[in-house]
Ligand binder design. Sequence first.
Ligand code: NAP
Length: 471
Amino acid sequence: MDLILASQSATRRRILNSARISARFMSPQIDEENITKSLNAEQAAPRDIADTLAEHKALKISRKNLDSWVIGCDQILVFEGEIFGKPASREALKDSLSRLSGQTHRLITANVIYKDCKPQWRHIAISHMSMRPMSAAEIDAYVAAYWQEVRHAAGGYHFERTPDLFSAVRGHWFDIMGLSIGPITGFLNQTGTNNPYQSPKLAAVLGHPIAQSKSPRMHGHWLQKNGISGDYIAIDIPSAHFNNTLNMLFDVGFSGFNVTIPHKEHALAFADHMSPRAQRIGAANTLIKTDSGDIRADNTDGYGFITNLSTQSETWQPKAGPALVLGAGGAARAILVALLDAGVPKIYLSNRTRARADDLAAEISDLIEVIDWQDKEDVLSEVFTVVNSTSLGMMGKAALEFDVTDINPHALVTDLIYAPSETQLLKDARARGCEVVGGIGMLLHQAVPGFEAWFGTWPEVDQELEALMLT
Ligand code: NAP
Protein backbone atom coordinates (compact mmCIF):
# COMPACT_ATOMS: atom_id res chain seq x y z
CA MET A 1 0.00 0.00 0.00
CA ASP A 2 1.42 3.41 -0.93
CA LEU A 3 0.56 5.68 1.97
CA ILE A 4 1.28 9.39 2.38
CA LEU A 5 0.94 11.45 5.54
CA ALA A 6 0.00 14.98 4.47
CA SER A 7 1.72 16.68 7.37
CA GLN A 8 5.08 18.15 8.26
CA SER A 9 4.65 17.45 11.97
CA ALA A 10 7.53 15.43 13.46
CA THR A 11 5.17 14.17 16.17
CA ARG A 12 2.68 12.71 13.67
CA ARG A 13 5.51 11.18 11.70
CA ARG A 14 6.81 9.55 14.87
CA ILE A 15 3.35 8.15 15.67
CA LEU A 16 3.07 6.56 12.23
CA ASN A 17 6.60 5.17 12.51
CA SER A 18 5.87 3.76 15.96
CA ALA A 19 2.93 1.82 14.47
CA ARG A 20 5.41 0.33 11.94
CA ILE A 21 3.42 1.85 9.08
CA SER A 22 5.67 2.80 6.21
CA ALA A 23 4.61 6.03 4.60
CA ARG A 24 5.88 8.98 2.67
CA PHE A 25 5.59 12.41 4.28
CA MET A 26 4.52 15.47 2.33
CA SER A 27 3.79 19.02 3.36
CA PRO A 28 0.43 20.15 1.90
CA GLN A 29 0.92 23.96 2.23
CA ILE A 30 -2.68 25.15 2.46
CA ASP A 31 -3.82 28.57 3.65
CA GLU A 32 -5.11 27.42 7.04
CA GLU A 33 -5.67 30.92 8.36
CA ASN A 34 -7.96 32.02 5.53
CA ILE A 35 -9.89 28.76 5.42
CA THR A 36 -10.47 28.99 9.18
CA LYS A 37 -11.49 32.65 8.88
CA SER A 38 -14.10 31.99 6.20
CA LEU A 39 -15.48 28.95 8.05
CA ASN A 40 -15.68 31.02 11.22
CA ALA A 41 -17.57 33.71 9.29
CA GLU A 42 -20.07 31.02 8.26
CA GLN A 43 -20.30 30.05 11.94
CA ALA A 44 -19.14 26.54 11.21
CA ALA A 45 -18.83 24.25 14.26
CA PRO A 46 -15.23 23.78 15.51
CA ARG A 47 -15.27 20.07 14.64
CA ASP A 48 -16.30 20.93 11.06
CA ILE A 49 -13.45 23.40 10.84
CA ALA A 50 -10.91 20.77 11.96
CA ASP A 51 -12.45 18.24 9.58
CA THR A 52 -12.38 20.65 6.63
CA LEU A 53 -8.76 21.60 7.27
CA ALA A 54 -7.80 17.90 7.40
CA GLU A 55 -9.69 17.36 4.11
CA HIS A 56 -7.97 20.28 2.37
CA LYS A 57 -4.58 18.87 3.29
CA ALA A 58 -5.39 15.33 2.15
CA LEU A 59 -7.01 16.53 -1.10
CA LYS A 60 -4.08 18.77 -1.98
CA ILE A 61 -1.66 15.83 -1.80
CA SER A 62 -4.12 13.36 -3.32
CA ARG A 63 -4.45 15.46 -6.51
CA LYS A 64 -0.83 14.75 -7.41
CA ASN A 65 -0.78 11.18 -6.02
CA LEU A 66 -3.97 9.62 -7.33
CA ASP A 67 -3.14 5.99 -6.54
CA SER A 68 -1.92 6.66 -3.01
CA TRP A 69 -3.80 6.61 0.25
CA VAL A 70 -3.38 10.05 1.81
CA ILE A 71 -3.88 10.81 5.50
CA GLY A 72 -4.81 14.40 6.31
CA CYS A 73 -5.17 15.63 9.87
CA ASP A 74 -5.74 18.73 11.88
CA GLN A 75 -6.12 19.64 15.51
CA ILE A 76 -7.77 22.65 17.08
CA LEU A 77 -8.14 23.81 20.65
CA VAL A 78 -11.56 25.12 21.66
CA PHE A 79 -12.51 26.93 24.86
CA GLU A 80 -15.87 28.60 25.46
CA GLY A 81 -16.66 28.27 21.75
CA GLU A 82 -13.47 30.11 20.73
CA ILE A 83 -10.62 28.56 18.77
CA PHE A 84 -7.23 29.18 20.38
CA GLY A 85 -4.41 29.41 17.86
CA LYS A 86 -0.67 29.77 18.25
CA PRO A 87 0.16 32.58 20.69
CA ALA A 88 1.38 35.66 18.79
CA SER A 89 3.59 36.94 21.63
CA ARG A 90 4.66 36.20 25.20
CA GLU A 91 1.82 38.41 26.43
CA ALA A 92 -0.69 36.52 24.28
CA LEU A 93 0.60 33.25 25.76
CA LYS A 94 0.13 34.60 29.28
CA ASP A 95 -3.43 35.69 28.41
CA SER A 96 -4.32 32.35 26.91
CA LEU A 97 -2.89 30.40 29.87
CA SER A 98 -4.70 32.55 32.40
CA ARG A 99 -7.96 31.85 30.55
CA LEU A 100 -7.33 28.10 30.32
CA SER A 101 -6.00 27.80 33.89
CA GLY A 102 -8.42 25.95 36.18
CA GLN A 103 -10.76 25.26 33.22
CA THR A 104 -11.51 22.41 30.80
CA HIS A 105 -10.94 22.93 27.09
CA ARG A 106 -11.33 20.56 24.15
CA LEU A 107 -8.77 19.35 21.65
CA ILE A 108 -10.48 18.32 18.43
CA THR A 109 -8.39 15.98 16.29
CA ALA A 110 -9.68 15.40 12.77
CA ASN A 111 -8.34 12.59 10.58
CA VAL A 112 -9.35 11.87 6.99
CA ILE A 113 -8.07 9.41 4.39
CA TYR A 114 -8.33 10.24 0.69
CA LYS A 115 -7.69 8.19 -2.43
CA ASP A 116 -8.19 9.33 -6.04
CA CYS A 117 -9.22 12.74 -4.66
CA LYS A 118 -12.17 11.16 -2.86
CA PRO A 119 -12.68 10.82 0.89
CA GLN A 120 -12.52 7.15 1.96
CA TRP A 121 -12.73 7.48 5.72
CA ARG A 122 -12.89 10.11 8.46
CA HIS A 123 -12.61 10.16 12.22
CA ILE A 124 -12.90 12.91 14.79
CA ALA A 125 -11.59 12.53 18.35
CA ILE A 126 -12.39 14.96 21.12
CA SER A 127 -10.13 15.13 24.18
CA HIS A 128 -11.20 17.02 27.29
CA MET A 129 -8.21 18.72 28.92
CA SER A 130 -8.56 20.15 32.45
CA MET A 131 -5.74 22.51 33.33
CA ARG A 132 -4.93 22.91 36.99
CA PRO A 133 -5.25 26.43 38.40
CA MET A 134 -2.01 28.35 37.84
CA SER A 135 -0.99 31.50 39.70
CA ALA A 136 0.22 34.55 37.77
CA ALA A 137 3.76 33.83 39.04
CA GLU A 138 3.55 30.24 37.77
CA ILE A 139 2.36 31.44 34.37
CA ASP A 140 5.23 33.95 34.21
CA ALA A 141 7.74 31.23 35.09
CA TYR A 142 6.22 28.89 32.48
CA VAL A 143 6.37 31.54 29.75
CA ALA A 144 9.98 32.39 30.64
CA ALA A 145 10.97 28.70 30.47
CA TYR A 146 8.93 27.46 27.50
CA TRP A 147 8.14 30.39 25.18
CA GLN A 148 10.55 29.39 22.40
CA GLU A 149 9.35 25.81 22.54
CA VAL A 150 5.59 26.40 22.55
CA ARG A 151 5.20 29.52 20.41
CA HIS A 152 4.04 27.36 17.47
CA ALA A 153 1.66 25.23 19.56
CA ALA A 154 -2.06 25.93 19.73
CA GLY A 155 -2.89 27.13 23.24
CA GLY A 156 0.83 27.39 24.04
CA TYR A 157 1.63 23.97 25.45
CA HIS A 158 2.96 20.57 24.45
CA PHE A 159 1.18 18.02 26.63
CA GLU A 160 4.07 15.57 26.43
CA ARG A 161 6.56 18.16 27.75
CA THR A 162 4.48 19.49 30.65
CA PRO A 163 1.67 17.05 31.50
CA ASP A 164 1.81 18.35 35.07
CA LEU A 165 -0.02 21.49 33.87
CA PHE A 166 -3.15 19.34 33.82
CA SER A 167 -5.28 18.02 36.65
CA ALA A 168 -7.36 15.61 34.54
CA VAL A 169 -7.67 14.49 30.93
CA ARG A 170 -10.36 12.51 29.16
CA GLY A 171 -8.93 11.27 25.90
CA HIS A 172 -6.23 9.12 24.35
CA TRP A 173 -2.54 9.99 24.14
CA PHE A 174 -2.32 9.75 20.34
CA ASP A 175 -5.44 11.87 19.81
CA ILE A 176 -3.90 14.52 22.07
CA MET A 177 -0.65 14.24 20.10
CA GLY A 178 -2.57 14.96 16.88
CA LEU A 179 -3.08 11.65 15.05
CA SER A 180 -5.75 9.04 15.93
CA ILE A 181 -3.54 6.08 15.17
CA GLY A 182 -5.83 3.39 16.67
CA PRO A 183 -8.77 4.14 14.35
CA ILE A 184 -6.35 4.72 11.43
CA THR A 185 -4.79 1.25 11.83
CA GLY A 186 -8.34 -0.18 12.08
CA PHE A 187 -9.28 1.38 8.73
CA LEU A 188 -6.03 0.44 7.00
CA ASN A 189 -6.49 -3.17 8.10
CA GLN A 190 -9.90 -3.23 6.39
CA THR A 191 -8.27 -2.29 3.10
CA GLY A 192 -6.62 -5.70 3.08
CA THR A 193 -2.99 -5.33 4.17
CA ASN A 194 -1.08 -8.61 4.50
CA ASN A 195 0.23 -7.83 7.96
CA PRO A 196 -2.43 -6.19 10.11
CA TYR A 197 -1.26 -3.02 11.81
CA GLN A 198 -1.62 -2.60 15.54
CA SER A 199 -2.18 0.53 17.54
CA PRO A 200 1.15 1.30 19.29
CA LYS A 201 1.57 0.45 22.95
CA LEU A 202 3.10 3.13 25.12
CA ALA A 203 5.66 3.33 27.91
CA ALA A 204 7.92 6.07 29.27
CA VAL A 205 10.63 6.87 31.77
CA LEU A 206 9.60 9.41 34.41
CA GLY A 207 12.06 11.54 36.35
CA HIS A 208 13.04 15.11 37.20
CA PRO A 209 15.21 16.06 35.39
CA ILE A 210 14.93 13.43 32.64
CA ALA A 211 16.53 14.88 29.48
CA GLN A 212 19.75 12.94 30.15
CA SER A 213 18.04 9.53 30.22
CA LYS A 214 19.30 6.91 27.79
CA SER A 215 16.26 4.68 28.30
CA PRO A 216 14.32 5.95 25.24
CA ARG A 217 17.28 5.04 23.03
CA MET A 218 17.44 1.53 24.50
CA HIS A 219 13.72 0.77 24.31
CA GLY A 220 13.50 2.42 20.87
CA HIS A 221 16.22 0.04 19.67
CA TRP A 222 14.33 -3.01 21.00
CA LEU A 223 11.01 -1.84 19.52
CA GLN A 224 12.63 -1.33 16.13
CA LYS A 225 14.61 -4.57 16.22
CA ASN A 226 11.58 -6.68 17.19
CA GLY A 227 9.20 -4.88 14.80
CA ILE A 228 6.88 -4.04 17.68
CA SER A 229 4.17 -1.41 17.35
CA GLY A 230 5.02 0.83 20.29
CA ASP A 231 6.70 3.97 21.54
CA TYR A 232 8.81 4.80 24.60
CA ILE A 233 9.52 8.38 25.59
CA ALA A 234 10.97 10.41 28.49
CA ILE A 235 8.61 12.57 30.52
CA ASP A 236 9.68 15.13 33.10
CA ILE A 237 7.42 15.29 36.15
CA PRO A 238 8.16 17.52 39.15
CA SER A 239 7.64 15.76 42.50
CA ALA A 240 4.73 17.98 43.58
CA HIS A 241 2.55 16.63 40.76
CA PHE A 242 3.81 13.06 40.56
CA ASN A 243 0.71 11.10 41.65
CA ASN A 244 -1.81 13.12 39.71
CA THR A 245 0.24 13.17 36.52
CA LEU A 246 0.90 9.45 36.78
CA ASN A 247 -2.82 8.70 37.12
CA MET A 248 -3.51 10.85 34.09
CA LEU A 249 -0.83 9.17 31.97
CA PHE A 250 -2.23 5.73 32.78
CA ASP A 251 -5.70 7.06 31.87
CA VAL A 252 -4.57 8.26 28.43
CA GLY A 253 -3.21 4.83 27.50
CA PHE A 254 0.26 4.12 28.92
CA SER A 255 1.02 0.47 29.72
CA GLY A 256 3.68 1.40 32.26
CA PHE A 257 6.77 3.32 33.20
CA ASN A 258 10.35 3.23 34.31
CA VAL A 259 10.80 5.54 37.24
CA THR A 260 14.01 7.27 38.21
CA ILE A 261 15.30 9.95 40.61
CA PRO A 262 13.48 11.46 42.51
CA HIS A 263 10.33 9.35 42.16
CA LYS A 264 11.32 5.78 43.08
CA GLU A 265 9.82 5.82 46.59
CA HIS A 266 6.70 7.69 45.40
CA ALA A 267 6.22 5.10 42.69
CA LEU A 268 6.20 2.30 45.24
CA ALA A 269 3.60 4.12 47.34
CA PHE A 270 1.50 4.82 44.23
CA ALA A 271 1.14 1.18 43.17
CA ASP A 272 -1.71 -1.17 44.13
CA HIS A 273 0.68 -4.16 44.46
CA MET A 274 4.42 -4.59 44.66
CA SER A 275 6.84 -7.42 43.95
CA PRO A 276 8.62 -8.86 47.00
CA ARG A 277 11.94 -7.44 45.75
CA ALA A 278 10.48 -3.92 45.38
CA GLN A 279 9.06 -4.20 48.88
CA ARG A 280 12.42 -5.28 50.32
CA ILE A 281 14.30 -2.53 48.49
CA GLY A 282 11.71 0.06 49.48
CA ALA A 283 11.63 1.69 46.03
CA ALA A 284 10.29 0.94 42.54
CA ASN A 285 11.90 1.53 39.16
CA THR A 286 9.17 -0.14 37.08
CA LEU A 287 5.38 0.31 37.03
CA ILE A 288 3.12 -2.01 35.09
CA LYS A 289 -0.61 -1.73 34.39
CA THR A 290 -1.97 -5.26 34.72
CA ASP A 291 -4.83 -6.75 32.67
CA SER A 292 -7.21 -6.03 35.54
CA GLY A 293 -6.18 -2.34 35.51
CA ASP A 294 -4.24 -2.50 38.79
CA ILE A 295 -0.78 -0.94 38.95
CA ARG A 296 2.07 -3.25 39.97
CA ALA A 297 5.44 -1.94 41.17
CA ASP A 298 8.69 -3.80 40.66
CA ASN A 299 12.35 -3.04 41.24
CA THR A 300 14.64 -4.55 38.61
CA ASP A 301 17.87 -2.76 39.60
CA GLY A 302 19.11 -5.73 41.65
CA TYR A 303 18.12 -8.15 38.91
CA GLY A 304 20.05 -6.01 36.38
CA PHE A 305 23.07 -5.83 38.66
CA ILE A 306 23.28 -9.60 39.27
CA THR A 307 22.52 -10.52 35.65
CA ASN A 308 25.29 -8.17 34.52
CA LEU A 309 27.81 -9.87 36.81
CA SER A 310 26.72 -13.40 36.03
CA THR A 311 26.73 -12.87 32.26
CA GLN A 312 30.03 -10.92 32.17
CA SER A 313 31.95 -13.19 34.53
CA GLU A 314 32.39 -16.94 34.25
CA THR A 315 34.02 -17.25 37.62
CA TRP A 316 32.15 -14.95 40.02
CA GLN A 317 30.87 -16.88 43.03
CA PRO A 318 28.76 -14.69 45.32
CA LYS A 319 29.03 -17.28 48.07
CA ALA A 320 32.88 -17.28 47.94
CA GLY A 321 33.19 -14.65 50.67
CA PRO A 322 32.30 -11.17 51.90
CA ALA A 323 31.59 -8.18 49.67
CA LEU A 324 32.44 -4.49 50.04
CA VAL A 325 29.85 -1.96 48.88
CA LEU A 326 30.76 1.73 48.63
CA GLY A 327 27.83 4.14 48.83
CA ALA A 328 24.48 4.12 50.60
CA GLY A 329 22.24 5.95 48.13
CA GLY A 330 19.24 4.69 46.16
CA ALA A 331 21.24 2.26 44.02
CA ALA A 332 23.02 0.76 47.04
CA ARG A 333 19.69 -0.38 48.52
CA ALA A 334 19.00 -2.59 45.52
CA ILE A 335 22.61 -3.83 45.37
CA LEU A 336 22.65 -4.89 49.04
CA VAL A 337 19.38 -6.84 48.73
CA ALA A 338 20.51 -8.45 45.47
CA LEU A 339 23.92 -9.50 46.85
CA LEU A 340 22.34 -11.07 49.95
CA ASP A 341 19.71 -12.85 47.81
CA ALA A 342 22.54 -14.17 45.59
CA GLY A 343 24.19 -15.75 48.67
CA VAL A 344 26.93 -13.29 49.67
CA PRO A 345 27.59 -14.29 53.30
CA LYS A 346 28.52 -10.84 54.64
CA ILE A 347 28.69 -7.26 53.33
CA TYR A 348 30.92 -4.42 54.47
CA LEU A 349 29.16 -1.15 53.74
CA SER A 350 31.00 2.16 53.64
CA ASN A 351 29.59 5.59 52.93
CA ARG A 352 30.82 9.15 53.29
CA THR A 353 27.80 9.90 55.47
CA ARG A 354 28.01 7.02 57.93
CA ALA A 355 24.52 7.54 59.38
CA ARG A 356 22.99 6.76 56.00
CA ALA A 357 24.85 3.45 55.87
CA ASP A 358 23.85 2.65 59.48
CA ASP A 359 20.17 3.22 58.62
CA LEU A 360 20.40 1.04 55.53
CA ALA A 361 22.11 -1.81 57.39
CA ALA A 362 19.56 -1.67 60.21
CA GLU A 363 16.74 -1.74 57.70
CA ILE A 364 18.02 -4.53 55.45
CA SER A 365 20.05 -7.18 57.33
CA ASP A 366 22.37 -7.84 60.24
CA LEU A 367 24.72 -9.48 57.73
CA ILE A 368 25.74 -5.93 56.77
CA GLU A 369 28.57 -4.37 58.80
CA VAL A 370 29.13 -0.65 58.41
CA ILE A 371 32.72 0.57 58.30
CA ASP A 372 33.97 4.16 58.38
CA TRP A 373 34.65 5.82 55.02
CA GLN A 374 38.34 6.31 55.88
CA ASP A 375 38.66 2.57 56.72
CA LYS A 376 37.23 1.21 53.50
CA GLU A 377 40.57 -0.10 52.20
CA ASP A 378 41.13 -2.15 55.41
CA VAL A 379 38.89 -5.05 54.32
CA LEU A 380 40.17 -5.30 50.72
CA SER A 381 42.26 -8.42 51.32
CA GLU A 382 39.30 -10.46 52.59
CA VAL A 383 36.51 -9.52 50.15
CA PHE A 384 35.53 -11.39 46.96
CA THR A 385 33.21 -8.74 45.50
CA VAL A 386 33.75 -4.96 45.42
CA VAL A 387 31.01 -2.60 44.23
CA ASN A 388 31.20 1.15 43.74
CA SER A 389 27.68 2.50 44.01
CA THR A 390 28.71 6.10 44.73
CA SER A 391 28.68 8.70 41.98
CA LEU A 392 32.45 9.20 42.43
CA GLY A 393 34.48 8.50 39.30
CA MET A 394 31.67 9.47 36.95
CA MET A 395 32.64 11.68 34.03
CA GLY A 396 32.54 15.27 35.25
CA LYS A 397 32.36 14.27 38.94
CA ALA A 398 35.08 13.99 41.60
CA ALA A 399 37.40 10.97 41.50
CA LEU A 400 36.99 8.01 43.83
CA GLU A 401 40.11 8.05 46.00
CA PHE A 402 40.53 4.33 46.65
CA ASP A 403 43.84 2.56 47.06
CA VAL A 404 43.52 -1.05 45.85
CA THR A 405 47.10 -2.13 46.68
CA ASP A 406 45.91 -4.76 49.17
CA ILE A 407 42.97 -6.07 47.14
CA ASN A 408 42.34 -9.83 46.97
CA PRO A 409 43.31 -10.68 43.34
CA HIS A 410 40.43 -13.19 43.22
CA ALA A 411 37.89 -10.43 43.89
CA LEU A 412 35.49 -9.31 41.19
CA VAL A 413 35.29 -5.51 41.05
CA THR A 414 32.34 -3.69 39.52
CA ASP A 415 31.34 -0.07 39.15
CA LEU A 416 27.77 1.10 38.60
CA ILE A 417 29.12 4.03 36.65
CA TYR A 418 29.19 3.52 32.86
CA ALA A 419 30.48 6.92 31.73
CA PRO A 420 33.40 6.38 31.36
CA SER A 421 32.86 2.74 30.36
CA GLU A 422 35.98 1.77 32.37
CA THR A 423 36.45 3.87 35.50
CA GLN A 424 39.75 4.46 37.28
CA LEU A 425 38.64 1.94 39.93
CA LEU A 426 38.25 -0.76 37.29
CA LYS A 427 41.59 0.13 35.68
CA ASP A 428 43.38 -0.05 39.06
CA ALA A 429 41.70 -3.34 40.00
CA ARG A 430 42.47 -4.88 36.62
CA ALA A 431 46.14 -3.92 37.10
CA ARG A 432 46.08 -5.90 40.37
CA GLY A 433 44.80 -9.01 38.57
CA CYS A 434 41.12 -8.69 39.49
CA GLU A 435 38.27 -9.45 37.16
CA VAL A 436 36.31 -6.24 36.44
CA VAL A 437 32.78 -5.56 35.15
CA GLY A 438 31.51 -2.13 34.01
CA GLY A 439 28.11 -0.64 34.81
CA ILE A 440 26.48 -0.46 31.37
CA GLY A 441 25.23 -4.07 31.53
CA MET A 442 23.24 -3.31 34.68
CA LEU A 443 21.46 -0.47 32.91
CA LEU A 444 20.59 -2.75 29.99
CA HIS A 445 19.49 -5.79 32.00
CA GLN A 446 17.36 -3.83 34.49
CA ALA A 447 15.26 -2.60 31.55
CA VAL A 448 14.40 -6.08 30.23
CA PRO A 449 11.53 -7.15 32.56
CA GLY A 450 9.68 -3.84 32.05
CA PHE A 451 9.99 -4.07 28.27
CA GLU A 452 8.57 -7.57 28.32
CA ALA A 453 5.65 -6.55 30.56
CA TRP A 454 4.68 -3.54 28.39
CA PHE A 455 5.44 -4.80 24.90
CA GLY A 456 5.14 -8.60 25.23
CA THR A 457 8.64 -9.62 24.08
CA TRP A 458 11.72 -10.53 26.15
CA PRO A 459 14.38 -8.35 24.42
CA GLU A 460 17.97 -9.31 23.85
CA VAL A 461 20.90 -7.59 25.54
CA ASP A 462 23.72 -7.79 23.03
CA GLN A 463 26.88 -5.99 22.02
CA GLU A 464 25.08 -3.95 19.38
CA LEU A 465 22.85 -2.46 22.08
CA GLU A 466 25.80 -1.95 24.42
CA ALA A 467 27.73 -0.08 21.72
CA LEU A 468 24.67 2.03 20.93
CA MET A 469 24.26 3.00 24.56
CA LEU A 470 27.92 3.89 25.04
CA THR A 471 28.00 6.35 22.13
P1 NAP B 1 22.37 8.71 45.17
O1 NAP B 1 21.19 8.13 45.83
O2 NAP B 1 22.44 10.17 44.91
O3 NAP B 1 23.68 8.31 46.06
C1 NAP B 1 24.95 8.85 45.78
C2 NAP B 1 25.99 8.13 46.60
O4 NAP B 1 27.27 8.65 46.24
C3 NAP B 1 25.84 8.33 48.10
O5 NAP B 1 26.29 7.19 48.76
C4 NAP B 1 26.77 9.51 48.34
O6 NAP B 1 27.25 9.59 49.67
C5 NAP B 1 27.90 9.18 47.42
N1 NAP B 1 28.68 10.38 47.12
C6 NAP B 1 28.31 11.39 46.32
N2 NAP B 1 29.29 12.34 46.28
C7 NAP B 1 30.28 11.90 47.12
C8 NAP B 1 31.54 12.41 47.51
N3 NAP B 1 31.99 13.58 47.03
N4 NAP B 1 32.30 11.68 48.33
C9 NAP B 1 31.86 10.50 48.82
N5 NAP B 1 30.68 9.95 48.49
C10 NAP B 1 29.90 10.65 47.64
O7 NAP B 1 22.66 8.01 43.76
P2 NAP B 1 22.31 6.51 43.33
O8 NAP B 1 21.00 6.45 42.67
O9 NAP B 1 22.57 5.60 44.46
O10 NAP B 1 23.41 6.28 42.18
C11 NAP B 1 24.78 6.15 42.50
C12 NAP B 1 25.58 5.96 41.23
O11 NAP B 1 25.20 4.75 40.59
C13 NAP B 1 25.35 7.06 40.20
O12 NAP B 1 26.58 7.34 39.60
C14 NAP B 1 24.41 6.43 39.20
O13 NAP B 1 24.55 6.98 37.89
C15 NAP B 1 24.86 4.98 39.23
N6 NAP B 1 23.79 4.06 38.84
C16 NAP B 1 24.03 3.21 37.80
C17 NAP B 1 23.06 2.29 37.45
C18 NAP B 1 23.30 1.37 36.29
O14 NAP B 1 22.32 0.81 35.74
N7 NAP B 1 24.53 1.14 35.91
C19 NAP B 1 21.83 2.22 38.15
C20 NAP B 1 21.64 3.08 39.22
C21 NAP B 1 22.63 4.00 39.58
P3 NAP B 1 26.48 10.44 50.78
O15 NAP B 1 25.39 9.55 51.33
O16 NAP B 1 27.52 10.75 51.79
O17 NAP B 1 25.94 11.67 50.10
